[in-house]
Write a protein that binds this ligand. Structure first.
Ligand code: BES
Ligand code: MN
Ligand code: MN
Length: 464
């Protein structure tokens, strides 16, 4: 595309500095202490869309955080691309493990990123990746090269389940009408190996509480004679996997699609080194469901994981106590066809049924979402593939991802269009972890690849 490279060269510092301003806003949607910052980030996104050339930008208030909607419609005959992203971020905790403050972005060189990476919460997930789209739009409008209509919908509740976006999408299907949805909120295989995410896992997230005696007890006076809720919870959780690491909840696998041997062989062709994988995480062995490879375990297979567990005395020194209650947060990653509501109820009945005498169990569902899988024989995928080919010199590899963006399944249902997941993150970016970062290489590659997607999408669509 004309002058794309020179736009990037000329504006290099500005493109990074503007993103820094957004990263400085601690828009943590999960923690009400940050709620005014989440609104601040929403305003930032709105004004950046205006600057980038949107003709109209709305800050759509919801019961929670605003949805920013912006559009530039140049001709009703031309196709329309809908860009989705999120400006909220995960909490920075545990903050002690950050090398530098999470909301004071800095550039640091790493082995993988000798040219530097941006370190801050949200650098990759999703402020950095979302802002690539804003800057790509700015490039296209400022050089008169926007080839089609574009709509932006950027939300502030993705990290907490997108509750209000669901209604917004259902109530605004005409406004959001589009020919393809474009999202950068996933990753790619490696810095030199572009890939397009063709699947996302669904999610069922529950909190469990096991209650024993009505108060905390002396563990000598009562120990051995009443059920200890923490012992019981640990045993119940342990029983949720069998010796082959299959999940034991009756009916859990009923709707899980079995991939053909051919599909699995195709998946296995993606470049992957088990040694590098172990080394990156400093583990001496991988672990998981018998009969599946690591890449299958983290994409086409469902999981059940404890995300947090607490109860009893965890302060300094030793306190002899049998706690009255024990708690855990448990997530199940689901594959397409597994319904998240069904799975939540299967979990609930099973968990209640395995509670021994002497305790009571409460299961509280949190947010959930359906999985997503998309074919690669559509115009959007082809356009993305051509765009990557231009900027990386090789065609991207289709790959199913392990994470979840629950709203994507709803987009397809309500808006009847396909989503293209053009992610530029890397597994090593440490999203949701301390020291989250996003390579400058990845950031600029994203800004460079996006306008080419627009161009090829319009070209291919016009030949349909
Ligand atoms: N961007 C991630 C999802 C993701 C990351 C998908 C990498 C594929 C590869 C998103 O922000 C996220 O973290 N989603 C949550 C689910 C949500 C309901 C809290 C997740 O996957 O845990
Ligand atoms: Mn995200
Ligand atoms: Mn996230």
């Amino acid at each position: 595309m004309d002058s794309l490279r020179s736009f990037l060269d000329t504006n290099k510092d500005r493109l990074v500095n503007e993103l820094f301003e957004l990263l400085k806003i601690p828009s943590v949607s999960a923690d009400s202490a940050y709620s005014s910052d989440v609104f601040k980030a929403a305003n930032f996104v709105a004004s950046s869309l205006k600057t980038a050339g949107c003709d109209s930008v709305e800050i759509c208030q919801t019961k929670g955080f605003p949805i920013i909607y912006g559009e530039k419609l140049i001709d009703p005959i031309l196709p329309t691309i809908l860009v989705y992203g999120h400006y909220d971020v995960q909490p920075a905790d545990p903050i002690d493990l950050w090398d530098a403050p999470a909301f004071e972005p800095i550039i640091k060189k790493t082995d993988l990123h000798p040219e530097g990476a941006i370190f801050a919460r949200g650098a990759c997930d999703d402020k950095g990746q979302m802002y690539m789209h804003v800057k790509a739009l700015e490039f296209m409008t400022s050089t008169g090269q926007l080839p089609c209509n574009v709509k932006f919908m950027i939300e502030g509740e993705e990290e907490v389940g997108s509750d209000n976006l669901t209604d917004f999408v259902k109530n605004n299907t005409t406004k959001l009408k589009n020919d393809v949805i474009l999202i950068s909120d996933t990753g790619m295989i490696a810095k030199d190996t572009p890939s397009i995410t063709t699947g996302l896992r669904g999610l069922s997230y529950v909190e469990v509480e096991v209650t024993g005696p009505n108060r905390d007890l002396h563990s000598g006076i009562y120990g051995g004679a009443v059920a200890n809720p923490i012992n019981v919870l640990a045993k119940m959780i342990a029983s949720l996997h069998d010796k082959n690491n299959h999940i034991t909840i009756p009916g859990f696998y009923d709707k899980v699609e079995d991939l053909s041997n051919q599909e699995r062989a195709e998946m296995a062709k993606a470049p992957f080194s088990i040694e590098a994988y172990k080394d990156a995480l400093k583990i001496n062995a991988v672990y998981g469901e018998k009969g599946y490879t690591t890449n299958e375990r983290n994409s086409i297979r469902p999981t059940l994981d404890v995300n947090g567990i607490w109860g009893g005395y965890t302060g300094e020194g030793a306190k002899t106590v049998i706690a009255s209650k024990a708690h855990a947060k448990i997530s199940m990653r689901l594959v397409p066809n597994q319904d998240c509501h069904d799975i939540t109820s299967l979990f609930k009945s099973h968990f209640e049924s395995i509670a021994p005498e002497g305790v009571t169990v409460k299961v509280t569902p949190h947010h959930g979402g359906q999985g997503y899988v998309t074919p690669i024989n559509n115009v959007g995928y082809k356009a993305a593939s051509m765009a990557y080919k231009d900027t990386f010199g090789k065609s991207p590899i289709p790959q199913r991802g392990g994470g979840s963006i629950p709203i994507v399944a709803l987009f397809e249902k309500e808006l009847k269009s396909k989503t293209i997941l053009m992610g530029f993150g890397l597994d090593s970016d440490a999203i949701h972890s301390p020291n989250e970062h996003f390579g400058l290489f990845n950031y600029f590659k994203g800004i460079e690849t996006i306008p080419l997607f627009y161009k090829y999408f319009v070209e291919l669509q016009s030949k349909m």
